[in-house]
Each structure stands twice: as structure tokens, then as C-alpha cells.
Design a protein around this ligand. Structure first.
Ligand SMILES: Nc1ncnc2c1ncn2[C@@H]1O[C@H](COP(=O)(O)OP(=O)(O)OP(=O)(O)O)[C@@H](O)[C@H]1O
Ligand SMILES: [Mg+2]
Length: 237
């Protein structure tokens, strides 16, 4: 009973913190959008075309960020009310992973993002949009929580008749006692300061719900300061 109350208080505290972080995260892009839009409205004619393009691109990328945050919030509400739906279809899994790696290389040209798979192309029956969300969250976490100079590796392998997909980074890692709580909503490990690393603590919670909706599992292995390895296991048809 007492433990239940403590758990509720803890969830309540996390929700309060979440509200403040979420408002801040939604406000920050708006501030940038407002600033650039003001610049663009003041004497657009005098502004060199190059500057105009830079400002517009900044506005677009802030809008993308806001849309991503709002999608996360909507997904959480879908999960909580059991409305997360998946539409599985056959997908060439290796090609799918390679595409995600390429997309992240384009967005992060300074990062080394490698893909490794010693197996033939394999079909999985998954919801491609939802799986993209899972892989993209693991890749964006790997990028966010590791220094630019380090490598990120995506690996695919078959084990016990299941497809294992692993995302490995050489970043800040996770304190061992935080690992059991990492996939809870709003949970962010204590070695992550929200001032330095943006985020709502929802990506892994959503990823877990999506993987489980595919009858799969997701887990992490990590030593604090020595990087993290996230693995998803998906059944093969
Ligand atoms: N690759 C990683 N290395 C170290 N810590 C990680 C890594 N991935 C996740 N974490 C830890 O797990 C927490 C939860 O991750 P999650 O993706 O759910 O949230 P987030 O990245 O903080 O925010 P967002 O909702 O934008 O994804 C992070 O705050 C961080 O503490
Ligand atoms: Mg994340």
C-alpha cells in the first residue's frame, strides 16, 4: 500500500516535470519560428536570397521538430487508451534498415553510421511506418547520447528463428539501476540533463509498445560511460 502511494507520488512528480519540459520543448521551436518569420517580413526585398533560404530552412526544421513532439504525445495517448493500431505488410528488412541508415547519414553528415548484416535479404511482416518510428528513435537516441566523433552501428542477425536488430553506440551509456525503468513513459536517466539533451522521455516507451504490438521484445545492455546497445527481436513469418 505504502509502496503504491510512493509509486503514485513518483508518477505525479514525473508528470509535473514532464508538463514543464513538454511546454518548454514546444515553446522553443515557436520562439525560433517567430524570430525568423519576423526577420523575413522585415524588408524581404533587401535580404539576400541565400539568407532567405537559410531562414526558411530553419523555420521548416523547427516545424518538423514540433510535429515530431506532437506526434509523440498523440501516440502516448493512443497507447494509454489501447488505440495503437498496426497495419503489417511484408517488408524487405535489410533494405528497410539500410534506408534508415542512409536517411540518418544524410541528416548527420558528420557521423559515422555503419550497417552490418551477414545474411540474405529477409522478409518481415511489420507495419513499415511504425517500425520506422522504432528504428528512428533508437538511431536518434544513439546520435543524441554519444559524442560526434564516435561510431554508430546497426546490425541485423537471425537468432533462434527471430530477427535481432541492434543499434550500438559509444556514448554516455546508462547507469545500471536506471535500466529497468528506461522504457517507462516520461523516464529519463539521471545522467541526462534536460538542459543539455532535449527530449520528453517518450521515445522508448512508444518503441516498446510498437514492438510488443508486433509480438516482439526490446531491451538494452549498457555500462555507464561505455555506450549502449539496444536490441529488438521480431518474429519471422
Ligand atoms: N543510446 C542511449 N544512450 C544513453 N542513454 C539513452 C540512450 N537511449 C535512451 N537513453 C536514456 O533513456 C531515456 C529515455 O529515452 P527516450 O528515447 O524514451 O526519451 P528521450 O530521448 O529522452 O526523449 P524523446 O521522447 O524525445 O525520445 C533517455 O532520456 C536517456 O536517459
Ligand atoms: Mg529518444
Amino acid at each position: 500500500m505504502i509502496r503504491d502511494i510512493t509509486a503514485l507520488q513518483e508518477l505525479d512528480r514525473k508528470k509535473d516535470e514532464f508538463l514543464s519540459v513538454a511546454s518548454h520543448e514546444l515553446r522553443t521551436p515557436l520562439t525560433t519560428i517567430k524570430g525568423y518569420t519576423q526577420l523575413l517580413t522585415q524588408g524581404v526585398e533587401d535580404l539576400p536570397a541565400e539568407d532567405r533560404a537559410t531562414y526558411l530552412n530553419a523555420v521548416l526544421s523547427e516545424i518538423d521538430r514540433m510535429m515530431g513532439l506532437i506526434t509523440e504525445l498523440l501516440d502516448v495517448s493512443r497507447i494509454e487508451t489501447n488505440r495503437l493500431q498496426i497495419e503489417p505488410q511484408p517488408i524487405r528488412w535489410l533494405e528497410f534498415l539500410k534506408r534508415r541508415a542512409t536517411a540518418f547519414r544524410v541528416q548527420n553528415p558528420a557521423r559515422k553510421i555503419n550497417f552490418e548484416a551477414n545474411l540474405e535479404e529477409t522478409m518481415l511482416v511489420v507495419d513499415p511506418d511504425r517500425m520506422r518510428q522504432v528504428i528512428d528513435n533508437l538511431l536518434s537516441n544513439a546520435i543524441k547520447y554519444s559524442p560526434d566523433s564516435t561510431e554508430i552501428l546497426i546490425r541485423a542477425a537471425i537468432h533462434d528463428g527471430c530477427m535481432l536488430t541492434t543499434v550500438i553506440d559509444e556514448g554516455i551509456g546508462i547507469p545500471s539501476d536506471e535500466i529497468p525503468r528506461l522504457f517507462e513513459r516520461f523516464h529519463r536517466a539521471r545522467n541526462v540533463s534536460s538542459r543539455y539533451y532535449g527530449g520528453l522521455g517518450l521515445g522508448l516507451y512508444i518503441a516498446k509498445a510498437i514492438v510488443e504490438a508486433h509480438s516482439g521484445t526490446i531491451w538494452v545492455q549498457s555500462v555507464e560511460g561505455k555506450g549502449a546497445t539496444f536490441t529488438i527481436r521480431l518474429p519471422m513469418p
